[in-house]
Design a protein around this ligand. Structure first.
Ligand code: NIG
Ligand code: FE
Length: 412
């Protein structure tokens, strides 16, 4: 048993058992001043230092004095593409000179550049890239992460990416949720017959992914130049029939009805949402679809930022994630995502913290175990060397993490 004591601010994000907190409740972080927390793999006690029962002090193997420090739940990064190969630095440079992302994609670059590298890479090479990114995410305060496939686009290469994600699940010290994203782009060999690729995803990939047993969810990139609403719906319904949870890349480049579809098919989350309308927001709220917003992507691609303010005011459950991938956002730093979200998306510091913890967990339907610091939940927490939680967002572009704990064990 471990005790962290003399915590200047313990930010619990407590929801009292509710899976998420909407509207004004999103701003209630349940902060305890001069607090202590007692845990094994799960949290056993939380309260003011003065109320800490002496029996815990007698039983503890380790007492950590957090004088002047701040403790938060570990971040839940609910949207990443951390299994890939190669680099897109050259395309980044071209985009800076004004060439649009869509033009590079239409030339066979973009996602397809990474697909070529993945098809030539071994599982070990992909795992090595993933290890570095996951390790760095941990060091920046993330204790639960989602990883998608999607740079293979053939049955063999998608299974290779999922095997790499499975290896990361086994060896990294945090919980990793794996998502199959076979419908990330149309591969070049199917350019003239996209429907046949949709059939391949449904008839060949989905059954084999199910059999392999690593991915629990299925995602589709529903957008102009990628998968139509109809194609996406076919894939998502087939995935749901096989027991996969659903996520959708929605309204990123244009609004072709992707978020509306996400609500209709019962997706856990609709992600991106740069071009989402107020009507779409209402539909997402009604269907309890989490809006996973990715400010690092809007920043990198210079897209209009998603209107988080309107979404929260519409009562939607809003989460923040990195989208960490080689093309549209190569960052695994959730602290930076909070700063970008507050500066550009009309979110308060409190809303951003709830979005990056409890609501990331709800997007993965894991908020019964992670995402807030409450008795009975996993002891996934991060100590920051800052005078107040606001400083995590205010003092940006540097790493403020002091130490990271997953399942009650110090891992960084
Ligand atoms: O989430 N939107 C689709 N997929 C990724 C981008 C992938 C890439 O450019 O490699 C995203 O932004
Ligand atoms: Fe993405």
């Amino acid at each position: 048993m471990t005790i962290l004591t003399n915590i200047a601010q313990l930010v619990t994000v407590a929801s009292g058992g509710a899976p998420s907190k909407t509207g004004a409740a999103m701003r209630d972080l349940g902060v305890l001043d001069n607090a202590a927390i007692v845990f094994s793999d799960v949290i056993e006690w939380i309260g003011a230092v003065d109320d800490l029962p002496s029996v815990y002090m007698e039983q503890a193997n380790e007492v950590v004095d957090c004088r002047g420090q701040v403790v938060l739940p570990g971040f839940v990064d609910a949207h990443t593409h951390m299994v890939f190969a190669g680099s897109r630095a050259h395309e980044f440079a071209r985009r800076l000179s004004g060439v649009p992302y869509t033009e590079i994609a239409a030339e066979g670059g973009g996602i397809l550049t990474t697909v070529r590298a993945v098809r030539e890479a071994s599982v070990e090479e992909i795992v090595e890239i993933g290890e570095r990114l996951v390790q760095s995410a941990i060091e920046h305060g993330t204790t639960t992460i989602e990883i998608k496939s999607g740079y293979g686009l053939s049955t063999e290469s998608e299974l290779k990416l999922l095997a790499a994600a499975g290896a990361l699940q086994q060896e990294m010290p945090i919980d990793i949720a794996v998502t199959f994203l076979g419908a990330h782009a149309i591969p070049p060999e199917y350019a003239s017959q996209p429907e046949a690729y949709v059939d391949l995803v449904i008839e060949d990939m989905l059954p084999k992914v199910q059999e392999q047993g690593i991915a629990t969810a299925c995602d589709v990139f529903t957008d102009v130049g990628f998968f139509s609403r109809e194609q996406s719906e076919r894939i998502l319904k087939a995935a749901a029939d096989r027991g996969f949870a659903l996520h959708v890349h929605a309204d990123e480049i244009a609004n072709i009805g992707a978020s509306e579809m996400a609500a209709a098919v019962g997706a856990l989350s609709a992600d991106h949402l740069e071009y989402t309308t107020p009507e779409n927001m209402a539909a997402l709220r009604e269907a309890d679809v989490v809006g996973v917003l990715l400010p690092g992507t809007a920043y990198t691609l210079r897209l209009p930022y998603p209107d988080a303010r309107a979404m929260i005011d519409h009562g939607m459950v809003v989460a923040l994630a990195t989208d960490c991938n080689p093309g549209s956002c190569l960052s695994e730093n959730m602290q930076l995502m909070l700063s970008l979200a507050c500066a550009n998306m009309g979110m308060s510091i409190e809303e951003a913290i709830t979005a990056a913890t409890l609501h990331g967990a709800h997007a993965l339907r894991m908020s019964d175990r992670v995402g807030s610091l409450e008795v009975g939940k996993l002891a996934n927490l991060v100590i920051y060397d800052v005078p107040s939680y606001a400083d995590i967002v205010y003092h940006f572009g540097v790493n403020q993490v002091y130490s990271v704990w997953s399942h009650g064990v110090e891992i960084a």
